[in-house]
Ligand binder design. Structure first.
Ligand code: ADP
Ligand code: MG
Length: 675
C-alpha cells in the first residue's frame, strides 16, 4: 500500500519512464502528485444536446454513433475519419484527424460523450477533432493538468486516480474549531474533490478549503518565524468621536467607509499599536476614512501625521483637511521640502508644544527632526509609491504609534506588507454613489485631430482635460515630451485655450502654482508627465488623454484614469498608441473592458506572469500551489484572523490539535529554504 511519502513509481501505472516524466514536473512523491492541482476543469457531466450547446464554443454533447466510419486519405500524412452521431434530435458530423486508433474503436449504436467546439449548421451540426469517451465512464467533471511533453493531462489524471483509489482516508490537518468556524470542508473530501469533483459546488468547497489551508500555513510560518515582540505601549485613544465627524461631512459615508473607520477606531483604542492597511480603488474615498480617524484622535487630545508621496498630493490633502476640519478647532499644518524655513520652524515649534493636531507632509515630515508632543497616529497615503527605504524610516520613527497605510493598488509590495509587516486590512469595496463609468477608447495617432476637437468641445462646456505624456524633455524618438507637446498644442490643436504644463523636473513652487491654477479652472488643459498619477482630485476634469499609452503599466493607467470621473459629468479616457504589438493591444484592451482596479491588477498579473510579479523566491517566500495571494486576498484576510487566534493561544503550535499545522508549516518553510 502506498502513502503520501511513497515514491511516485509505486503508484499503479507509473513505470521508470513515467516517473522520469513526472520528475520533470517536480513530482517525486505521492504527495507531490496530489498537490499538483488541476489548472482547469472540463464539464463532461451535464453532457448536453446540440440544441442547448452554445454555438462555436467548447461543450460536451452526449450522442450515439449512427454511421460507419469512413476513411479519407487526403495526402500522405493526413487521413480523415468521418462519421455521424445523433443526440436523438440532431445529426453531428464528426471529423477525426489521423486518429486511427480512436476511429477503429468506435462502435455503431453506442453512446459517447463528445467534447469540442460545435459548429451549428442549417441541417445539423459538426465537430472537428472532438475529444471522445464512452458515455458511462467519461461522464463527470474532468480535471485538466498542466501537461509536459508526452505526459498529457489525461495520463496524469489516470495516475492521480490510481493513487487516490489506493490511499486510505487523509488525516485532518486543521483543528476542528477552525473547520467549524470558517465552515471548511474536511481534508479528505477536499483532496479527492479537487481532482475529481462530483459537481462544481463541491469543487468550490474543496478549492476553498485547500486555499485556506495553504494561506493559513503560510501566515503561521511567517508570523512565527518573523514574529517580533509587539509593543504594548501605544497611546490609547479611548473615546470614539468619529460619529461626530461623519455628521460634518457633506456626504453620507458608504458602508465600506464606515466599516473601515470602525475598525481603525477599535484598533487605536488599545495599547497595541494599530498596523492596518486601508485598501480601496481610486475614488473609493480613503481620505474621508483617514479624516474620521484623525478627527477622533485629535478630539482625544492626540496628534496625527499624514504623509503623501508627492508635494502636490500633500498640498491637496492639506486643503481638503482644512475644509474638513473648518470650525472644529482642529489645527493642521503643512510640512514639505519647499515649506519656507520660517514657516517650518513655527510649525515644528507648535507640533512640539501640541498646538497643532495634524501635520501633513511628504516623507520629509517623518525623516526630519520633527518632534511631536504626543503623536498617536501616522497615516501614509498611496503607500505603494513610497520606497522601501522610506518605509524603514517610518517604522523606526513610530514603533509605539498607530499606523494606517492607504493604497489603491493591490501590488506585490503591498501584499508583502500583509505578510511581513504584520498588517491588518480594511477594504473599501464600494464606490461612493453617483460615480459614472469612464468611457475608455484606444486609438492611434491618426485620431489626434478629432481628439483635440473633442477636448475643445469639453473646454467650451466648461470642463477640463488632462493630457499625459510619458517623458519630459525632447528626444526619445517618437515619445511625446510634455514640453514640446504643450508648445505644439498651444500653437496648433488647442490654440486659444489656456494650457498648463506639469512635470517632475519643475520646482515644487511652480508645480504647485500650476496645479492650483488647474484646480481653480484657470488652466483648462493640463499637459503633464505622470506626476498627476496619484491622488489629485479635480472634479471638473472630464477628459484624460494618454499619449504612448503602451508605455504605462495597467495599474498606472488605471490610476491615471481615476483622475477623471470624479464629478457627476460623463468622463472620458482616451488611450493613444501606435504600437503594433499584439501584447500592447491586449493590455490596452483590458483598460477598455474593466473599470475595477482589482480586476485590472489581476489582468496585469496574468499578462506579466506570476513569476515576474511576485518573484516569490527572491523574497524568500514559499511557492504556493493552489492559492493566489492577489485573487484570494479575501481568504488571506480570513486566514490572518484564524492565524492570529491560533497563535494567541499557542504560539509554538505545540498543542495536540495543532500538530498537523505545525508539520505543514515546517514542511512549507523547509522547502522554501531549499529553493
Ligand atoms: P481615494 O480613495 O482615491 O483617495 P478620495 O478620498 O480622493 O478617493 O475620494 C474621491 C472623491 O470622492 C473625493 O472628492 C471625496 O470627497 C468623494 N467622496 C468620498 N467619499 C464619499 C461618499 N461616501 N459619498 C460621496 N462622495 C464621497
Ligand atoms: Mg487618495
Amino acid at each position: 500500500m502506498i502513502n503520501l511519502e511513497s515514491n511516485i513509481q509505486y503508484v499503479k501505472g507509473v513505470g521508470d519512464k513515467r516517473a522520469q516524466q513526472f520528475a520533470k514536473l517536480g513530482i517525486y512523491t505521492v504527495k507531490d502528485l496530489l498537490c499538483f492541482y488541476p489548472r482547469n476543469y472540463q464539464n463532461w457531466a451535464g453532457a448536453m444536446t446540440v440544441q442547448c450547446a452554445p454555438d462555436g464554443e467548447k461543450a460536451a454533447v452526449r450522442a450515439k454513433l449512427v454511421s460507419t466510419v469512413a476513411e479519407h486519405r487526403v495526402r500522405r500524412n493526413m487521413t480523415l475519419y468521418k462519421c455521424d452521431f445523433s443526440d436523438g434530435q440532431c445529426i453531428i458530423h464528426v471529423t477525426l484527424f489521423n486518429n486511427k486508433y480512436l476511429a477503429g474503436s468506435l462502435q455503431l449504436g453506442r453512446e459517447y460523450i463528445l467534447f469540442g467546439k460545435i459548429e451549428k449548421t442549417l441541417t445539423g451540426a459538426s465537430m472537428s477533432a472532438p475529444e471522445l469517451e464512452n458515455a458511462q465512464s467519461g461522464a463527470g467533471i474532468h480535471p485538466i493538468y498542466r501537461a509536459s511533453g508526452t505526459l498529457n493531462s489525461k495520463a496524469i489524471a489516470r495516475v492521480v486516480k490510481n493513487a487516490l483509489d489506493d490511499l486510505p482516508a487523509f488525516e485532518e490537518t486543521l483543528p476542528g474549531s477552525v473547520l467549524n468556524q470558517y465552515n471548511l470542508a474536511p481534508l479528505d473530501f477536499a483532496v479527492r474533490q479537487v481532482h475529481f469533483p462530483t459537481d462544481f459546488g463541491s469543487l468550490e468547497k474543496a478549492r476553498h478549503r485547500l486555499i485556506f489551508e495553504e494561506l493559513l500555513v503560510l501566515l503561521l510560518g511567517l508570523l512565527t518565524l518573523r514574529g517580533k515582540k509587539k509593543s504594548d505601549a501605544a497611546p490609547r485613544v479611548k473615546t470614539d468621536y468619529s460619529a461626530e465627524f461623519l455628521k460634518l461631512l457633506p456626504f453620507e459615508m458608504t458602508s465600506a467607509q464606515k466599516r473601515a473607520v470602525a475598525q481603525c477606531v477599535a484598533d487605536i483604542s488599545c495599547r497595541f499599536p494599530m498596523n492596518r492597511l486601508l485598501q480601496g480603488d481610486v475614488g473609493s474615498g480613503k481620505t474621508a476614512v483617514a479624516a474620521a480617524v484623525i478627527y477622533s484622535v485629535a478630539k482625544n487630545g492626540f496628534q496625527s501625521a499624514l504623509m503623501a508621496p508627492t508635494e502636490l498630493l500633500a498640498r491637496q490633502h492639506y486643503e481638503t483637511f482644512q475644509r474638513f476640519f473648518a470650525g472644529t478647532g482642529i489645527t493642521v499644518c503643512l510640512l514639505t521640502g519647499s515649506t519656507p524655513a520660517k514657516e517650518k520652524r513655527e510649525a515644528k515649534d507648535k507640533l512640539m508644544h501640541g498646538e497643532i493636531s495634524l501635520a501633513i507632509g511628504t516623507h520629509a515630515l517623518i525623516q526630519n527632526d520633527v518632534e511631536f508632543k504626543n503623536l498617536a497616529l501616522v497615516i501614509t497615503d498611496e503607500q505603494h509609491r513610497f520606497g522601501v527605504k522610506q518605509r524603514a524610516n517610518l517604522a523606526e520613527k513610530g514603533t509605539d504609534v498607530h499606523t494606517l497605510v492607504m493604497s489603491a493598488t493591490p501590488i506585490p509590495r503591498t501584499l508583502g506588507l500583509i505578510i511581513y509587516g504584520d498588517l491588518d486590512i480594511s477594504v473599501l469595496d464600494e464606490y461612493p454613489p453617483g460615480r459614472r463609468e469612464i468611457r475608455t477608447d484606444v486609438v492611434n495617432s491618426s485620431y489626434h485631430k478629432r481628439i483635440y476637437k473633442f477636448i475643445r468641445a469639453a473646454v467650451e462646456r466648461g470642463e477640463q482635460a488632462y493630457i499625459v505624456c510619458p517623458l519630459v524633455d525632447e528626444g526619445q524618438g517618437e515619445l511625446h515630451s510634455a514640453n514640446e507637446y504643450a508648445a505644439a498644442l498651444a500653437a496648433g490643436g488647442l490654440r486659444g485655450i489656456n494650457i498648463g504644463l506639469l512635470h517632475g523636473k519643475m520646482k515644487p513652487k511652480d508645480k504647485e502654482k500650476t496645479m492650483r491654477a488647474f484646480a481653480q479652472g484657470d488652466i483648462k488643459v493640463l499637459v503633464s508627465t505622470t506626476v498627476i498619477e496619484v491622488g489629485i482630485d479635480v472634479r471638473n476634469a472630464t477628459v484624460m488623454l494618454i499619449e504612448n499609452a503602451e508605455r504605462f503599466g495597467l495599474s498606472q493607467l488605471h490610476q491615471l484614469r481615476g483622475r477623471v470621473g470624479r464629478g457627476d459629468r460623463a468622463s472620458y479616457c482616451i488611450l493613444v498608441s501606435d504600437s503594433k504589438s499584439a501584447a500592447a493591444a491586449e493590455r490596452l484592451g483590458v483598460m477598455k473592458k474593466y473599470s475595477d482596479g482589482f480586476k485590472i491588477a489581476d489582468e496585469d498579473l496574468k499578462q506579466r506572469g506570476p513569476g515576474d510579479f511576485f518573484g516569490s523566491r527572491q523574497h524568500g517566500l514559499p511557492q504556493l500551489k493552489i492559492a493566489d495571494m492577489l485573487s484570494d486576498i479575501e481568504t488571506l484576510r480570513l486566514c490572518r484572523a484564524a492565524a492570529d487566534e491560533i497563535l494567541k493561544r499557542d504560539f509554538a503550535l505545540s498543542l495536540p490539535q495543532h500538530r498537523g499545522l505545525k508539520a505543514a508549516v515546517l514542511n512549507m518553510f523547509q522547502n522554501a529554504v531549499g529553493n
